[in-house]
Design a protein around this ligand. Structure first.
Ligand SMILES: [Fe+2]
Ligand SMILES: [Fe+2]
Length: 329
């Protein structure tokens, strides 16, 4: 069929304020659309694919061959459709690379992913991409626990927010594996929780997040709201109890000095304690607007002298050191 999309006018039966055209070319093989798509069949809009529909290349080609150039979607789904496109256009992680190289590419993809995540909601396509990243991180750690040594922490502070989550995820997964957690699902839940751990910061103004110098009281209160805001954001996702605990309690400390619930060691899951250490370690070894990054040795020394037992557990700290001491394969 040679008809071009631009020559197609809106059929009179379609209410153009309620429906918008969605080109079939925007659909990507093996992706899942998290919004309804309707097809024009003899001047009637028929629901073709509901939320959660998975596409294959063969089906897309078949539709185009039958002369269908576009679907219709509800205009109210516009934002979700944009996010779907952004997520499905992110590259996939190449399994050909060695784990330490793959981890670098996961960081790059993760930075773009987190940037989009901060702009929108956690839709089905966002969850699927996060699961793909978490699986890739677990793969890397299972193949070479020492690959976390290749994380350089060289990013400048503008990128810190975006690169931080994947790095925390990699550190936390490696610590957990080193501590003997060997079930893939357990590692995956930690990796996934860490990817989302700071998602609530999207509710905090960027001026507060990047502020150099100490925060004012009201700014600090806003900043401290991010774990609860994060839990709200992941409310309707498939994240399990452990991942949710990581999002809500990664700023809790063993001695009860953390937030939002001032929990103490006995009430903190081991997985949360691991993620908390990973979070602290990445913050210390990264450049941010209010601090220069520390070297690995300086960061470990700081944790050992200032935070051990009061804030972070000895067991997870020991595991972090053991991972970092491993040579990269
Ligand atoms: Fe946080
Ligand atoms: Fe964090």
């Amino acid at each position: 069929m040679s008809q071009s999309v631009s020559s197609v006018s809106i059929p009179s039966f379609v209410n153009s304020t309620q429906f918008t055209r969605f080109s079939i070319e925007r659909l990507i093989d093996n992706s899942v659309t998290d919004f309804d798509l309707f097809l024009d069949v003899k001047s009637h809009l028929i629901l073709y694919s509901g939320k959660g529909y998975k596409w294959s290349k063969a089906e897309l080609e078949s539709l185009i061959n039958q002369g269908h150039l576009f679907f219709w979607m509800k205009s109210e789904d516009h934002e979700i459709a944009i996010l779907y496109e952004k997520m499905s256009q992110l590259p996939t992680v190449s399994k050909q690379l060695a784990p330490h190289e793959r981890l670098q590419s996961i960081q790059d993809i993760g930075a773009a992913f987190t940037r989009y995540l901060y702009e929108g909601e956690i839709t089905e396509s966002v969850s699927r991409k996060a699961e793909e990243l978490a699986d890739s991180i677990v793969d890397c750690i299972e193949e070479d626990r020492g690959c976390i040594s290749s994380i350089t922490g060289l990013a400048n502070h503008d990128m810190y927010t975006y690169l931080h989550s994947v790095r925390v995820s990699a550190y936390a997964t490696a610590i957990a594996a080193q501590m003997g957690l060997s079930r893939r699902d357990d590692l995956r839940n930690i990796a996934l929780g860490a990817i989302f751990h700071d998602v609530g910061k999207s509710a905090v103004p960027i001026t507060i997040i990047n502020k150099s110098g100490p925060l004012l009281q009201h700014e600090w209160e806003k900043m401290k709201s991010h774990p609860i805001e994060g839990l709200k954001k992941i409310e309707n996702t498939v994240l399990n109890h452990v991942s949710r605990e990581i999002v809500l309690h990664h700023h809790e400390r063993l001695n009860g000095s953390g937030y939002p619930d001032a929990l103490t060691e006995d009430s903190l899951l081991q997985e949360v304690q691991i993620a908390a250490l990973a979070d602290i370690y990445d913050a210390l070894t990264s450049s941010r607007s209010y601090q220069n990054k520390r070297t690995r040795f300086e960061a470990l020394d700081f944790i050992k002298t200032k935070l051990l037992k009061s804030d972070v557990s000895t067991e997870s700290f020991k595991a972090l050191i053991e991972c970092l001491a491993r040579p990269v394969k």
